[in-house]
Write a protein that binds this ligand. Structure first.
Ligand SMILES: NC(=O)c1ccc[n+]([C@@H]2O[C@H](COP(=O)([O-])OP(=O)(O)OC[C@H]3O[C@@H](n4cnc5c(N)ncnc54)[C@H](OP(=O)(O)O)[C@@H]3O)[C@@H](O)[C@H]2O)c1
Length: 357
């Protein structure tokens, strides 16, 4: 018997929500039934664009309409925990954008609640579900590159309004009410650079290199981290070296100072894999063997998708099967990842307002 159509809701209707909704439209038995925004007008416009029958002017009211089988949380990081708790307490399965929380304590809180309430929860680590990732892992597990010796990966782009963030802070001498001179002035809505919104390279994009190293080498045994911080105290340029089991290392770099290649190199004892830019999204890779042998290239048909349909399909399959977590990206995987990310932030001195690390 075919499954009934799977009903999704989305909270926070920004950039990533739009891409996720575009991908949902590619899944035959999925439907976006409800969208929630801080603004009813924005919700109605989004609902019109994606043919969603229900639009709410608050996140809480999103669930007053049609049945929802799972909700996708797509707000800035600082709201992930609060909204995950709201949904889990209502018994609604959650796929939460990365990072699932600002720090390990927040992620632990969400995981504890999901497990106590036996409600589905998954961090939207979409890269884990891409066909390119699955193939690469299959080849590694089959021994194609031998033992992984080392991993190097990066992710970088130039953040909007960076010049504003880089202005050195000088306390206004004569006009304390002149907030224009405050270093965060003008960055209120910039979630990449604003500490109030959980800004910084590590949590936004450095999470991908850390994911890759954990995925292939396990959680690190030792961490060495350095970062250049903005005057507002968020990390702009972040370099993390991890030592994993058997002394194997991963070199994980993220920056919001400028564009990098955003590629990954998985260095094996017999061969290496070069994951092409931008490796974390629908992409291709090459198998590099002897220096005189041409690379063997692996390309994938993503069917026009942005790449988010695979994580959405994983959630659908899990929830339909009555599972409360995903086997490929489990809650223990998220906990381990956030243990590392929080430790890196502690080492480089990034603290968000009100946070004690
Ligand atoms: N998986 C990926 O590839 C990927 C890519 C980009 C981002 N992300 C993640 O997705 C999340 C959202 O990123 P985004 O790029 O979509 O951000 P965005 O374009 O700024 O959208 C975030 C949305 O959250 C809502 N929101 C709630 N409180 C807000 C606040 N104080 N300031 C600004 N917006 C607020 C707004 O929607 P309403 O006004 O409708 O409430 C806003 O449109 C982040 O946690 C990020 O890490 C993931």
């Amino acid at each position: 018997m075919p499954h009934p159509t799977f009903h999704f809701a989305i909270l926070g209707l920004g950039n990533i929500a739009r891409k996720f909704a575009q991908d949902l439209a590619l899944i035959d038995d999925a439907k976006l039934v409800a969208v929630g925004s801080r603004s009813l007008e924005r919700a109605q416009a989004f609902a019109r664009d994606f043919d969603a029958p229900y639009a709410a002017g608050s996140y809480a009211a999103t669930f007053d309409g049609p049945r929802v089988d799972a909700v996708y949380i797509a707000t800035p990081h600082v709201d992930h925990l609060r909204l995950a708790i709201m949904c889990l307490e209502k018994g609604i399965p959650v796929i939460c954008e990365k990072p699932m929380g600002l720090n390990l304590t927040e992620v632990e809180q969400a995981v504890r609640l999901a497990r106590e309430n036996k409600v589905y929860l998954m961090e939207a680590l979409w890269t884990r579900f891409l066909p390119s990732t699955l193939k690469l892992k299959e080849m590694i597990d089959a021994g194609v590159i031998g033992t992984i010796e080392s991993i190097r990966s990066d992710f970088g782009f130039r953040a909007q309004d960076l010049e504003l963030a880089l202005q050195p802070f000088s306390a206004p001498a004569t006009a304390p009410e002149n907030t224009d001179r405050h270093p965060a002035a003008g960055l209120e809505r910039n979630r990449i650079l604003n500490p109030e919104l959980g800004g910084g390279a590590l949590l936004d994009i450095g999470i991908y290199p850390q994911f890759l190293s954990q995925f292939l080498l396990g959680p690190p045994e030792k961490i060495y981290a350095q970062a250049r911080l903005s005057p507002q105290g968020i990390d702009l340029d972040t370099s993390v070296t991890c030592v994993h089991a058997s002394g194997r290392m991963s070199h994980n770099y993220s920056t919001v100072l400028g564009r990098t290649k955003t590629e990954a190199l998985i260095i094996g004892s017999k061969a290496s894999l070069h994951w092409h830019p931008r490796w974390h999204e629908p992409s291709s890779f090459s198998l590099l063997t002897g220096k005189d042998t041409p690379p063997e290239n692996f390309y994938f048909d993503f069917g026009g998708a942005n790449g988010y349909r695979y994580e959405a399909e994983a959630v659908m399959a899990d929830v339909r099967a009555g599972l409360t977590e995903n086997a490929r990206w489990s809650l223990d995987d998220s906990l381990a990842l956030h243990r590392t990310l929080t430790e890196v932030r502690r080492m480089v001195g990034v603290r968000y307002p009100g946070e004690g690390l």
